[in-house]
Ligand binder design. Structure first.
Ligand SMILES: *Cc1c(COP(=O)(O)O)cnc(C)c1O
Length: 345
């Protein structure tokens, strides 16, 4: 293999900080090593130096790949022949891809009618068995946990500790990219099932740094903000439409011990940030990801001077929300005058 054609996956890159020995099976698609880009327009808007961690540039288009390379590699090491997860979409796309790569079976339980088109297409293309539950994510997670207890199937939701091990590597990358001279003051991140914020905090702690952790939930699905589970979570940000996060305590601990906070943002605020990022920064993320930026715009990040926002998934995952939000196309006759009018008018 030519070295220029390979992108080192994160188990290989961070093996000494991960629970994998030399010679363990590694199921990788070259995940991690995502760009951290400066956001000039957003920085000006909020009066801080803001960086965007583009997790949509992982192999299946979301940060879930960081956790999945570890969860599926560990499942293969244990001899599992199948993996299962409940998913608002991205976990299923990622599990399906890594299972395909490993040559094992994958089943996913997704909530009825609430999964973005791109994610469903991925899970199906990768050959997963996609089960559409007449229920929400929280019910799906409860059911797959019971199923995994009864059968030799490996559960790859973020209740799986290997998922968090993989996901913590994003913190390592941010710290490495910014250097030691002026470390990060605050991290803004969307919170759904609360695995990712838990993983980032774990990663930062392992490096001995402690940026303030600001978690943002959608107002219609904000159990951590309200301090109680939400029975019928609703939001346009389908990836964080979760009413009873599995990593509740750990996420709250991350935010309190870092002197951060958990706050809610409305769908309108999420969509404002979503359009702002696309139109002003040239960065297309999915609505749930924009919750981190919406939170920063609306609530700020204390007195932080240097802030990173985690953009968890790619905008192409959810083309229907994008088209609902975007401007209309311009129809045109195939004549120069008409094109001139259409372009310049
Ligand atoms: C999974 C996901 C989240 C939420 O992460 P949690 O670990 O469940 O808190 C946010 N955004 C996107 C795009 C996701 O796929």
């Amino acid at each position: 293999m030519s070295p220029v054609a390979t992108r080192v996956g994160l188990i290989e890159r961070y093996r000494e900080r991960l629970p994998f020995a030399d010679g363990d099976p590694v199921i990788s698609l070259g995940e991690g090593s995502t760009p951290l880009v400066h956001a000039p327009a957003l920085s000006e808007r909020v009066g801080a130096e803001v960086w965007l961690k583009l997790e949509g540039l992982n192999p299946t288009g979301s940060f879930k790949d960081r956790g999945m390379t570890c969860a599926v590699s560990a499942a293969v090491r244990e001899g599992a022949k199948a993996v299962i997860c409940a998913s608002t979409g991205n976990t299923s796309a990622s599990a399906a891809a890594y299972a395909a790569r490993a040559g094992i079976r994958c089943a996913v339980l997704v909530p009825d009618g609430k999964i973005a088109t791109g994610k469903l297409a991925q899970a199906l293309m990768h050959g997963a068995r996609v089960i559409v539950l007449r229920g929400n994510f929280d019910e799906a997670l409860k059911l797959v946990r019971e199923l995994a207890d009864r059968h030799p199937i490996s559960l790859v939701n973020s209740v799986n500790r290997f998922r968090l091990e993989g996901q913590k590597t994003a913190s390592f990358e941010i710290v490495e990219a910014l250097g030691e001279e002026r470390p990060l003051d605050a991290l803004c991140i969307p919170v759904g099932n609360a695995g990712n914020i838990t993983a980032y905090w774990k990663g930062f702690r392992e490096l001995g740094v402690a940026p303030r952790m600001f978690g943002f939930q959608a107002a219609g699905a904000a159990p951590l903000v309200e301090g109680a589970p939400v029975a019928h979570p609703e939001t346009v940000a389908s990836a964080i439409r979760i009413g009873n996060p599995a990593r509740w305590e750990e996420a709250m601990d991350a935010m309190t011990s870092s002197q951060g906070a958990v706050r809610a943002v409305t769908d309108a605020q999420i969509l404002d940030a979503y359009r702002f990022l696309a139109a002003r920064e040239g960065v297309f993320c999915e609505p749930a990801s924009a919750a981190s930026v919406a939170g920063l715009m609306v609530h700020g990040a204390g007195d932080a001077e240097r802030v990173a926002c985690v953009l968890t998934g790619h905008g192409l995952k959810d083309p229907s929300t994008a088209l609902d939000q975007a401007g209309a196309v311009v129809p045109c006759e195939p004549e120069l005058a008409a094109v001139e009018e259409a372009v310049l008018g």
